[in-house]
Design a protein around this ligand. Structure first.
Ligand SMILES: [Zn+2]
Length: 385
């Protein structure tokens, strides 16, 4: 049995949208309450052992009594919120992520997750899914949900679209075996370089048109926000009965929506390419070796370029891990230590190579190497011998 994520665009009706908004609010409320409690607890007694999600769940009835609106929320979702909060702290302790933050009311993305308990989540025909508190939600994909659904994450994007990400469990849908093996090096200019057949997948850069549009709307947004803030300050000065807030300014809201839409388009383009690349790899190769990212800290690029590349590496790895599991292929993550300086033909260690050295010739066996392809070959050898 393997699990995978399945993303569906859903089309809630008006009542369902209200229920969703309420549940987003409840999940956010529980997150913030529990986070405040954990922080206070730590302040009072820094040596107190860290609580488990189970301990937080035991506090939920009390919280519900104190704040009766929480009773309207789908109950498993509040438990999942506790779990997510504890997970976030563990990631923070392991220095993988920053300190968990309080969630603002107008957060970029709103979501909550329901767990499967006693048949509360059920597919209905080809275009529907029954969810606790919401009833049947319609989706368009038209794929039969034959697998067991373990949980559902419902979300609303800043552009007002709704999605359900299902975590499903099912049998391996194995791709046919090909007997092929590949090693993959990750790079900046080329996102992925393979050890065979000159496989090179260039890093997706911003669509130039979209990048220009994004800059334009970001500037507009900044300017409009500034003007609105001035107007709000003026309200305060005049002591008007109901001072306006930023959301009252239609042109600010419109600019914010435009920025979110462009971000969404760019993200979709990038994910599209990553999906195609990873599916192709998993179809073509039975065994895939990928360099492990944690040890690679070579980027001294402009901050934005670095963020884009880091994100692409992370996504690529995440997709490969789940697709290999799902389609019955083998993935090995390899520490890339010295992979760019050892000759993949004879094993000679030629010493550190600065990043600008893209090609070199091995003094021992005379093989001429492309830096990245050589690294990919070493990664393949380290993983599979
Ligand atoms: Zn050599």
């Amino acid at each position: 049995m393997v699990t995978k994520g399945l993303k569906l665009r859903i089309y809630p009706n008006k009542q369902q949208r209200q229920q969703l908004a309420q549940n987003f609010g409840c999940a956010r409320f529980v997150w913030n309450q529990m986070l405040a409690m954990l922080e206070e607890r730590h302040e009072n007694n820094p040596k107190a052992s860290f609580l488990t999600a189970y301990a937080l769940n035991n506090l939920l009835p009390l919280l519900k009594k104190e704040h009766p609106f929480l009773k309207e929320a789908e109950s498993t979702s509040l438990q999942v919120t506790n779990q997510h909060l504890i997970d976030a702290f563990h990631a923070f302790f392991k220095k993988e992520k920053g300190h968990p933050k309080f969630k603002a009311k107008h957060a970029f993305k709103q979501s909550y997750t329901s767990k499967f308990v006693k048949g509360n989540i059920q597919p209905v025909g080809h275009h529907g899914i029954r969810l606790p508190k919401l009833g049947i939600l319609r989706f368009k994909a038209g794929q039969r949900l034959s697998e067991t659904i373990r949980q559902v994450t419902l979300s609303r994007t800043p552009t007002g679209k709704y999605f359900a990400v299902l975590t499903v469990e099912g049998e391996n849908q194995a791709f046919p075996k090909t007997g092929q093996t590949i090693g993959c090096d990750l790079g900046v200019k080329d996102l992925l370089i393979g050890s065979v057949e000159d496989l090179r997948s260039p890093t997706t850069h911003f669509d130039q048109g979209l990048a220009r549009k994004l800059r334009l709307w970001q500037r507009k947004l900044a300017r409009r926000q500034q003007l609105a803030k001035k107007a709000i300050a003026w309200d305060h000065h005049q002591k008007v009965p109901v001072p306006r807030i930023l959301a009252d300014f239609k042109n600010v809201t419109k600019a914010r929506l435009q920025v979110a839409l462009i971000h969404e388009k760019i993200a979709n383009q990038r994910m599209d390419k990553l999906h195609k690349l990873t599916t192709e790899l998993v179809k073509t190769y039975d065994r895939i070796a990928l360099e492990n990212l944690r040890t690679k800290n070579l980027l001294r690029n402009h901050a934005l370029a670095r963020a884009i590349v880091n994100q692409a590496w992370g996504e690529l790895r995440r997709l490969l891990i789940y697709k290999c599991a799902w389609y019955g292929k083998e993935l090995k993550l390899v520490n890339p230590y010295k992979t760019s300086q050892i000759c993949s033909t004879c094993g000679h260690d030629d010493g550190k190579k600065p990043l600008n050295v893209r090609e070199w010739t091995c003094p021992q066996c005379g093989t001429h190497h492309d830096r990245d392809v050589n690294a990919a070959k070493n990664i393949e050898r380290l993983a599979f011998g």
